[in-house]
Design a protein around this ligand. Structure first.
Ligand code: IPM
Ligand code: MN
Length: 327
């Protein structure tokens, strides 16, 4: 079966790593019908388009979106414009409420996945200014937590934990201080937990979790957390498990009412673009998650196995070697 994929290479190293991902999927024998979309900071600099509603309507028709990285050179582009206008727009409007980020470093016994709520929290944009620009100005930034949004995310994490060898789920939050949002998360977690007696549960405050990530990451199987904590914790997760060059991610709409989006955690890295220095492994592993989501479990497993010890070399050397291993 052919999969219709919208490919957004994006900026700088984005298209370089995505090309290797496409190469590897082809070598794995998966039939990808790719349509390239020219979006990102450089597109905006050329003609002012970030991501129009017409393009969103087009993207809606694809089986999945495969994205490299978007973002420009600091100072050349208004901060956050591209991130919010492309990444957050897709996450919110396509209801990609699960952000899944796996971390695997077999030789150190690290093998866990973070489920980050991807449509709410402080990312929802609640807040505003009062008396902006005056000495008495006020800025507020709220955190939106709906019972529906929190519960569906927690339920997804329990299902994932149940499917793994180690049936363990850790909730990470800051319930001692964020007493409203934390209370909702904790109650929803406890109530859903009652439906999964086979899954061991635990709770850690976000600050303590940062220490455990460094000192004892082997304790985790699945972690569930809110949008902002998940953003921060998954950068740390990348740093402790082989570096950001290996960190893959998926923005998923498990209900499949709109396409899901698969992208490496790293950014567009303008400083190393065009030099063949970017490690395409994170993009290739993101393609593996996409293939699994599309029902190509066998190809996904082969790609993951081929990435277990990443070969050295340039971007294309690494892509070529992984492609050779999967073919
Ligand atoms: C990520 C990124 C994004 C986020 C930015 C670019 C908006 O850091 O995917 O982790 O904060 O979610
Ligand atoms: Mn991030």
């Amino acid at each position: 079966m052919s999969h219709r994929i919208a490919v957004i290479g994006g900026d700088y190293i984005g298209p370089e790593v995505v090309a290797e991902g496409l190469k590897v999927m082809e070598a794995a024998g998966v039939d990808i019908d790719a349509t390239h979309f020219d979006l990102g900071a450089q597109r905006w600099q050329r003609d002012g388009e970030v991501l129009s509603d017409e393009t969103m309507d087009e993207l809606r028709g694809y089986d999945a979106i495969y994205l490299g990285a978007v973002g420009g050179v600091p100072g050349e582009i208004p901060g956050g414009l591209i991130e919010r206008g492309i990444l957050l727009k897709m996450r919110f409007e396509f209801d990609q409420y699960i952000n899944l980020r796996p971390f695997l470093l077999t030789e150190q016994g690290i093998d866990f996945q973070v489920i980050r709520e991807n449509t709410e929290g402080t990312y929802a944009g609640e807040g505003g200014f009062l008396r902006k620009g005056t000495p008495h100005e006020i800025a507020t930034q709220g955190s939106v937590n709906t019972r529906h949004g929190v519960e569906r995310c927690i339920r997804y994490a329990f299902e994932l934990a149940r499917s793994r060898d180690r049936k363990k789920l850790t909730l990470v939050h800051k319930t001692n201080v964020l007493t409203f949002a934390g209370d909702l998360w904790q109650r929803a977690f406890d109530e859903v937990a009652a439906e999964y007696p086979d899954v061991e549960t635990g709770y850690q405050h976000i600050d303590a979790a940062c220490i455990h990530f460094v000192n004892d990451p082997q304790q985790y199987s699945v972690i569930v957390t809110d949008n902002l904590f998940g953003d921060i914790l998954t950068d740390l997760g990348g740093a402790i498990s082989g570096g950001i060059g290996l960190a893959s991610s998926a923005n998923m709409n498990p209900d499949r009412t709109a396409p899901s989006m698969f992208e490496p955690v790293h950014g567009s890295a303008p400083d190393i673009a065009g030099q063949g220095k970017a490690n395409p492994t994170a993009a290739i592993l993101s393609a593996a998650i996409m293939l699994e989501f599309l029902g190509e479990a066998d190809a996904a497993t082969r790609i993951r196995a081929a990435c277990e010890d990443v070969p050295a070399g340039s971007t294309t050397d690494i892509g070529d070697e992984i492609a050779r291993r999967v073919s």
